[in-house]
Design a protein around this ligand. Structure first.
Ligand SMILES: C[S@@+](CC[C@H](N)C(=O)[O-])C[C@H]1O[C@@H](n2cnc3c(N)ncnc32)[C@H](O)[C@@H]1O
Length: 319
């Protein structure tokens, strides 16, 4: 399965889970694909069937994709913009990155957002308490080489084609409104921020939110899939074991490398919760994974869905 990479990056991007999530979509699915926590959009752009409602509380993400949808942003405008601002970055140095950052924080310009996202440290998205983008420069003044601009332009092109071929609606709103609008026959994919992790202006997530999410999904007429974490060596997700246990739960094991040494291999078990049995996974032992990110080795584990959490991983497939 080819995975299209969106032009916007973020630390929580689910590129590596796209093939796995795809196996939850019923073959005859004809409803609306709903994402209350769109983020970069990588899941929707690769998996959404014809109709989708794509929402996020971060207005900059939504505005960016709305601008692609209404053709204010095209592969051409992106190429021209990045050539011009990339050239200035090369000649003026890092002060130009901070000039664009100030301009973005004053105007919210979507092309400036793309520039900052692709020239900021580690492609991260983070906003301070005043809602200002505060990621520092990646320190490469030659960031926007010809090849890099072409790569981003191609990403914009691919995503534009997907957006224009389908009936997608992008709305900046809170997850509660998005989930409340779901109807029978729709499929909601939720990827909320993890409690206590990566908190910033658009990404705080409290126990109240987790409980509210549970309440809304439990009573929704739609089907849902929810990405969360299960445990690592040090911590266990209390809510998975206590709040979500009545649903089907599938787990995958990720090995994060910190540095090159094998001894620095840290395991994190991620979980997928659903209110329906993912039939296509029922007999699946080795999900195929088409893309592995750099420095990250993933090991997928599949626990057969059940109405209770299974503490032991039954099947392992190594990629
Ligand atoms: C983990 S990220 C989603 C990542 C996405 N699945 C991807 O692959 O790029 C969580 C997203 O939820 C959004 N978010 C946080 N709180 C929210 C809220 N109360 N309502 C709607 N969206 C929210 C954040 O802005 C962020 O984009």
């Amino acid at each position: 399965m080819k995975t299209y990479i969106p032009p916007i990056k973020s630390q929580g991007i689910k590129t590596k889970l796209v093939p796995f999530i795809s196996q939850y979509i019923p073959k005859d699915f004809d409803g609306v694909w709903i994402e209350p926590f769109l983020g970069t959009g990588v899941v929707a752009f690769n998996l959404a069937p014809n109709k989708a409602l794509l929402c996020d509380s971060n207005p900059h993400l939504i505005q960016f994709y709305q601008a692609i949808q209404n053709k204010q942003i095209t592969p051409n405008t992106v190429r021209n913009y990045l050539q011009q601002e990339g050239d200035r970055l090369l000649h003026l140095g890092e002060q130009h990155y901070y000039f664009i950052r100030d301009r973005f924080n004053a105007t919210g310009n979507s092309l400036d957002f793309l520039f900052l996202n692709r020239a900021g440290f580690n492609g991260m998205i983070r906003f301070n308490r005043k809602g200002e983008f505060n990621i520092p420069f990646c320190r490469k003044t030659n960031r926007f080489s010809k090849a890099y601009i072409t790569k981003i332009v191609n990403q914009v092109d691919n995503i534009s084609q997907i957006i224009h071929a389908k009936k997608f609606t992008f709305i900046c709103q809170d997850y509660q409104e998005t989930i409340a609008s779901a109807q029978k026959g729709d499929l909601i994919y939720c990827d909320p921020p993890y409690i206590d992790r990566h908190a910033d202006y658009f990404n705080s997530w409290t126990e109240k939110d987790e409980l509210q999410l549970y309440h809304l999904l439990k009573h929704s007429k739609a089907q849902f899939i929810l990405s969360t974490w299960s445990h690592n060596r040090y911590r266990t997700n209390y809510y998975l074991e206590n709040l979500w246990k009545e649903f089907y739960i599938t787990k995958q094991e990720h090995f994060y490398h910190v540095g090159a040494k094998e001894s620095n291999r840290n395991s994190m078990i991620e979980a997928m919760i659903s209110n329906f049995e993912p039939l296509s996974l029922k007999n699946e032992i080795t999900p195929t994974i088409s893309q592995l990110p750099l420095l990250l080795n993933i090991e997928y584990s599949y626990v057969k869905p059940a109405y209770a959490i299974q503490s032991d991983v039954i099947l392992h497939s190594h990629t």
